[in-house]
Design a protein around this ligand. Structure first.
Ligand code: AMP
Length: 215
């Protein structure tokens, strides 16, 4: 099973991907996570991507499609892929078709997480993660049970993404509306798009996604 989770920043793609990995043993392929790792490691890709990401703009189609191609090449063919934050342009969607064909895979579902954009800014600017294990939290919606201590690993260091500030979030949403939303018709023509109300609880959204996967 190969699926795309589509939706504006803060729609819950990362959270839902983590759930799918846990429930179904799928693999999350997040170009955002890959790029942040490249920035942290100071690789040539990271050096090219850093400032673009800090502005909330999109990095080049070629960079992200190469990252996805390399990840799929290293994956067992029977492991399902969740594309999270990719494709983000029509050119990337076309590249993904070619990459999937090359690796003997096909796309089963495109799941759009539909969300109220005004609520997204609050969602995104409140989010943070454990610096040790990566567990995801939110200032108001999902703080750790003991303030300052990670529920999962007991870590006490937390971090926020540098692009999770209001100005950059607005730019990321604009990029989504202008460049990413237009890929929906590309997949709608194939009859593989489903919409889920992304404003529901994490559990409700997860159940709706599982119902789609069961067909
Ligand atoms: P994300 O973690 O998916 O919100 O991505 C964070 C940032 O990484 C985005 O604002 C872009 O600058 C960059 N990025 C991630 N995925 C892509 C992609 N598929 N195409 C272009 N830029 C991307």
């Amino acid at each position: 099973m190969n699926i795309i989770l589509l939706g504006p920043p803060g729609a819950g793609k990362g959270t839902q991907s983590a759930g799918l990995v846990e429930r179904h043993g799928m693999r999350q392929l997040s170009t955002g996570d890959m790029l942040r790792a490249a920035v942290k490691a100071g690789t040539p890709v990271g050096l090219r991507a850093k400032e673009v990401m800090e502005r909330g703009e999109l990095v080049s189609d070629e960079i992200v499609s190469d990252l996805i191609d390399a990840e799929l090449a290293a994956m067992a063919p029977e492991t399902g892929a969740i594309f999270d934050g990719y494709p983000r342009t029509v050119a990337q969607a076309e590249a993904l078709d070619a990459i999937l064909a090359k690796h003997g895979r096909k796309l089963d579902h495109v799941i759009e997480l539909a969300v109220d954009e005004d609520a997204l800014v609050a969602r995104i600017t409140g989010r943070f993660s454990c610096a040790n294990c990566g567990a995801l939290y939110h200032d108001t919606a999902h703080p750790p049970a003991t303030p300052g201590v990670c529920d999962v690993c007991g870590g006490t260091e937390f971090k926020r993404r540098p692009d999770d500030n209001e100005e950059t979030v607005r730019m990321r949403m604009q990029e989504y509306r202008a460049k990413t939303a237009p890929i929906l018709p590309f997949y709608e023509a194939r009859g593989i798009v489903s919409r889920v109300d992304g404003m529901g609880s994490i559990e409700a959204v997860a159940q709706a996604i599982d119902a789609i996967l069961r067909g």
